[in-house]
Write a protein that binds this ligand. Structure first.
Ligand code: ZN
Length: 358
């Protein structure tokens, strides 16, 4: 048995209003006049009040990160190439937003110090050089992107992260005040990503006490905010923010499972975003996660959330094959979900039938 030696985030600041400390946190990492680059989720594009709180200095750059779709490797190259051409190097990259904005920041920070194209690094441990300094600041909670060792990207041939020891953030800023204005639907889909991380981790064959300790707590926090409470309040933001963190820690030392493996196929072919994609799939996973799906249905009902159905209607068999191939390519996820004999259990036909239900 070989145990994973797990690289974690270097620094964490947590607390309501701690975003105000960003300037002082960044100061020691500024290298001469090389700029700090702020990648801001485009949902804040017109939020002048929030933008004015970003501590821009000297040549610092504020880039609006278009997160309408999951980040593409071509977009990462475009941003990194432009920064290299204009500044040579940068002091750091700060991602402010949901999972996509944070993943973009990680990927751009890696590409500032690595040659070639982002697609060259999609996979496990392919990144050669340490990234520039990078900071993650969630404004939406659930994905666990703030603690993950990967950055999920859609490339020309695959949807896969840059999974490496150089990927985790040097610093994360967890300020529950920043997530309070998220629209309920968005908050729910992203929060369910966290809930699903917990179910997949806890019910997986890779489970261990490290992952269980985080996963049980995160799942309880998700159920507290989405099932037991009647009103959303400040405490809910705090609980969901820590659920995301703990859920991320849980899967970091185990693995996700069926919902993620299947939803990767959906998002590769149809561009479905991660949170809602997982909800669409998890909605139909009673045979794999009966208790989890039952609780999920209760939460959907309680918040009167719309989970799309019939999104694979009318697709061609070639398109189903693309999704099936992307999904079956996620071997560690299937092995976690179904054990070492997963290939015998999850055949192409069984997966075709599952995609047909979505
Ligand atoms: Zn996820």
């Amino acid at each position: 048995m070989k145990f994973r030696n797990f690289k974690m985030v270097d620094y964490v600041v947590y607390g309501r209003g701690c975003f105000a400390q960003l300037d002082e946190i960044l100061a020691p990492h500024r290298k001469g006049d090389a700029p700090m680059v702020f990648l801001l989720d485009h949902h804040f594009e017109n939020d002048e009040a929030f933008k004015s709180r970003i501590p821009l200095k000297g040549k610092d750059v504020l880039i609006s990160a278009d997160v309408t779709h999951e980040p593409k490797t071509s977009l990462i190259d475009e941003i990194a190439d432009k920064l290299k051409a204009e500044f040579g190097t940068v002091s750091g990259v700060i991602g402010i937003g949901g999972g996509s904005a944070m993943d973009m920041a990680k990927a751009v920070a890696i590409m500032m110090n690595n040659p070639g194209k982002a697609q060259d690094y999609q996979g496990w441990d392919l990144v050669k050089n340490p990234a520039v300094y990078k900071v993650g600041i969630p404004t939406l909670s659930g994905t666990g992107a703030e603690v993950s060792r990967t950055t999920v990207l859609t490339g020309p041939t695959k949807k896969l992260g840059m999974n490496s020891d150089f990927t985790p953030f040097n610093q994360i800023v967890l300020d529950p005040e920043l997530i309070k204005n998220a629209p309920m639907n968005q908050r729910f889909y992203t929060g369910m990503d966290c809930f699903i991380h917990c179910v997949e981790s806890l019910k997986g064959t890779f489970i261990n006490e490290f992952s269980r300790s985080y996963g049980e707590k995160a799942q309880a926090l998700c159920e507290e905010v989405f099932l037991h409470k009647d009103e959303w309040n400040e405490e809910s933001d705090e609980q969901l923010m820590m659920a995301s963190y703990a859920g991320g820690m849980s899967i970091a030392y185990s693995q996700v499972g069926v919902a993620h493996a299947v939803s990767y196929g959906l998002s590769y072919l149809l561009g479905t975003k991660h949170g809602i994609g997982n909800c669409i799939v998890f909605n139909h996973l009673q045979e794999f996660y009966p208790e989890g799906v039952e609780v999920f249905h209760k939460m959907v009902q309680k918040h009167n959330i719309f989970i799309p159905e019939g999104i694979t209607k009318g697709l061609t068999e070639e398109q189903f094959d693309i999704m099936i191939n992307v999904s079956l390519g996620m071997a560690p996820l299937w092995e976690n979900a179904l054990g070492p004999t997963w290939k015998e259990q999850m055949t192409g036909e069984r997966l075709r039938a599952l995609y047909g239900k979505l």
